[in-house]
Write a protein that binds this ligand. Sequence first.
Ligand code: 13P
Length: 251
Amino acid sequence: MRTPLVAGNWKMNGSRAMAAGLMKDVHAGLSGISGVDVVICPPFVLVPQCFQAADGASIAVGGQNLDTHEPGAFTGEISAEILIDAGCEYVIVGHSERRALYGETDELIAHKTRVAFAKGLTPIICLGETLEEREAGATGEVVTRQLVAVLDEAGPEIFPQAIIAYEPVWAIGTGRTATDGQAQDVHALVREQLAVANSAGAQSTRILYGGSVKPENAAGLFSQPDIDGGLIGGASLKAEDFLGIIRAANS
Ligand code: 13P
């Protein structure tokens, strides 16, 4: 069985005050919930604070990105070593905002995945098509291409430890969620593609859905057979909403 996982991606939001309040409330709200893995991915500078606030409890911390070089002269970048030292167990790679706004290619994302995993972080690998790609009927082709790039470079053996997040770009921050069926179809396809490379690992790999997940739509999405939790943007910035989504994953 796959333990559901709910991860909050704060993106470029938050403050020390917000982190203090949210971590306290999430921490308190998690008592009595045992069947879900919870991860918070705050901006880098808030990682140590969130790690401390988690206090060894059931909340893990992740980075939103990493650089692949060995530590050294790379001004402005953050290595896997620094993330781990600050308390991270996870790191998001290949978020569509990094692909679209910062020019990250399938190859670079695959490389980041390999380095993150080799250094001891659990990568949360984001895949997803744009609206144009969906309307052109290219969803399957796009997510397969993105996944195969990772499999080729990082190796199928990173699964089931590594995690996949399917995030249709047209559903991110738009309030427009994929229907339960649309999401399930892509998740099933991703698991099928993964099974070609690693049949045992594919069945235990967690595939998260991301894109306008809210407490109101989470239960329907999470009840799908191949949806194993969520990668949550906006709704992870409010403890009550984030907890509502975690509760939906626990039921
Ligand atoms: P929203 O939940 O705000 O749509 O963002 C999803 C996302 O991009 C998480 O990584």
